[in-house]
Design a protein around this ligand. Sequence first.
Ligand SMILES: Cc1ncc(COP(=O)(O)O)c(C=O)c1O
Length: 348
Amino acid sequence: LHDWGSRDQTFIDTTLAMREHLVTVADGGHEFTTVPIQGSGTFAVEAMIGTFLPRHGKLLIVVNGAYGQRITKICDYLKRAYVVTKTPEDAPPDPNDVEAILKTDAAISHVVIVQCETTSGILNPLKEIAAVVAEGNRRLMIDAMSAFGAIPFSLSDVACDALAASSNKCFEGVPGIGFVLCRKSALAETEGNAHSLSLDLFDQWQALEGGGQWRFTPPTQVVFAFNRALEAHAAEGGVEARYRRYTNNCNTLIDGMHELGFETLLPHNLQAPIIVTFRMPIDPKFDFQVFYDKLKEKGFVIYPGKLTIADSFRMGCIGALTGRDIQAAVAAVGKTMSEMGVTSGKAA
Ligand SMILES: Cc1ncc(COP(=O)(O)O)c(C=O)c1O
């Protein structure tokens, strides 16, 4: 509730601490810098594409869900050239396909991939895709919105120019800023690329490196809260510890829901411990809105499905939650089913 001054040294120091901390989490060394941007995660993704993809560049977008699809929309708005390689929402992209496209289309300068496609909860083969992109001498950008901070990852073994994420997913901060981890040498070449002043990462970087200030009014409270969230992340044991806790949450959730008859969309080897998609039960007494409302009354808010291939709903594993919270959520699902007269979550 403190009224922080955005031009004050305390805030400038806090911004710098946040930027440096994020580079450390990703193992970025001296080669990377963090450029924060006001807004939600999409603002950061749009800023990343607009800044790093030159106006005459061409982007290969690896799509297997709504967030990859959204990047095509961003390119339409930005009027940047792109091609898409698409797999179904429950299938990972094949690095051989990416390699083949890069071999046949010399105009492609950049590739972008979503690390964890939150549409389904699938973990995409980032390292393998990064390897073929590097092999093909192209530049890689990553939407790591729902992965960064909890899925083990090092910039020293994934060659990329930029990675976008936000304050409010695996770092458990409040929403309000996105950020892009940028390879400094690549960022230095981006002057004049951006289509938008407020989403120009090069310009934001210059201001931050100059006087340490954000160009335009920053969400000061969000930045302080994010720094506290980063301290909590480190105190818990960093990415490894968060990965373990979320994995435990995810396994507890899937085991409990299986016992109630529910079926997951993804096989276990493709499932990221972030969000789980369940197929909609076939029991005619199962009405999703009633199910949702009754769970909410019990203190558990879930997600509607976002798939185009199957009727589904989703439950999250991330946030300040432990296995006990997940067990309580599963118990609430069981109680809700009895209240609705649904005997099983079976989908087919
Ligand atoms: C992978 C991915 N990309 C982008 C976004 C967009 O973030 P926001 O809704 O904060 O704009 C999300 C949000 O869930 C996401 O999961």
